[in-house]
Design a binder for this molecule. Structure first.
Ligand SMILES: Nc1ncnc2c1ncn2[C@@H]1O[C@H](COP(=O)(O)OP(=O)(O)OP(=O)(O)O)[C@@H](O)[C@H]1O
Length: 286
């Protein structure tokens, strides 16, 4: 797998990238406790995939959601993001109930899951893909031609969008791939593009569903580095990841699910020493 992200070769470039990151993140303002899941339950026929899960995610945190296979993590993500209708329980985002809303309605409120926005379009360039991502854009050619009064606004918006797209590509260090077709990217480069597209939607909170699957160690460091940069600038992340070391080394708060319930919560050291968690993982290294 090729490395999208071999860093530009001078520290000046690195400083510029850091500046772009600050500018990109400066647009974001966290607003209180972002996510609260209460007594969430999801049944599929006779199977109870989520069985009364309750947890919160603090503003500006990088929170990990872990659990053995079949623990209910993906179903929980799907209930939070509107992919599934919960059988019972509540999901609140920034103090408002979002239970049962459609995925696009939830994403428009700023709760964005990595693959919730449309997958990248293979026959479009990386830059075009990033420019297509934002929510609430006016950029519509018909509007432009029919309503001259809107024209200046649209042109200005497109100029800003273009500028922001470049900043975001620089932030993820994939600007050198701007004119490459997305279909030609490696798996890891595609993950960076996916993150860039999520950032372009100006999210309040990002749900990361196995963002490192199939990513080489160099890109993994880069992706995690960017997540930490964004977290320090106030973004909130909930991360599901099978690699336990990634969760233990990066998340300040960890929620452990088992058999559809929250089994334990706490810092990495608490989780490692929790007998119930060790038992639930039975032989797996945590
Ligand atoms: N659409 C579905 N129909 C029926 N059962 C399902 C469905 N989705 C999930 N399940 C079941 O619900 C339970 C929880 O699954 P889920 O995928 O949420 O767990 P998970 O923690 O994400 O597991 P993994 O780590 O293996 O991805 C499992 O028993 C699974 O087989």
């Amino acid at each position: 797998m090729s490395d999208a992200g071999t860093a530009p070769n001078s520290s000046v470039d690195e400083a510029e990238t850091a500046d772009s990151a600050v500018e990109a993140a400066a647009r974001h303002t966290p607003r209180g406790l972002p996510l609260r899941v209460e007594n969430l339950r999801k049944e599929f026929g006779g199977i109870t995939a989520v069985d009364g899960a309750t947890f919160s995610v603090e503003a500006g945190s990088l929170t990990g959601l872990i659990g053995p296979n079949g623990a209910g993590k993906s179903t929980t993500f799907n209930c939070i993001t509107g992919v599934h209708d919960p059988t019972a329980g509540h999901v609140y985002f920034q103090g408002e109930e979002i239970t049962g809303l459609r995925p696009d309605q939830i994403a428009n409120r700023g709760l964005v899951r990595t693959f919730q926005i449309a997958r990248e379009l293979h026959d479009m360039t990386v830059l075009e893909n990033v420019m297509l991502a934002p929510r609430g854009q006016v950029g519509e050619s018909l509007v432009r031609s029919v309503l001259p009064g809107l024209r200046r606004e649209v042109v200005e918006q497109e100029r800003e969008l273009h500028e922001r797209a470049w900043e975001t590509l620089e932030f993820f260090e994939i600007d050198h791939l701007a004119f490459e077709f997305a279909g030609n990217l490696s798996g890891g480069q595609r993950k960076l593009l996916e993150m860039a597209r999520v950032l372009m939607t100006d999210p309040e909170m990002v749900l990361l569903d196995e963002p490192l699957a199939g990513v080489n160690p160099t890109l993994e460091r880069k992706l995690l580095g960017r997540v930490h940069d964004l977290r320090e600038d106030g973004y909130t992340f909930l991360l599901v990841e099978h690699d336990m070391d990634v969760i233990m080394n990066n998340c300040e708060h960890i929620i452990v699910m088992h058999q559809g319930k929250v089994l334990a919560e706490g810092e990495a050291a608490d989780i490692r020493n929790n007998e119930q968690v060790v038992e639930a993982y039975l032989g797996e290294t945590i």
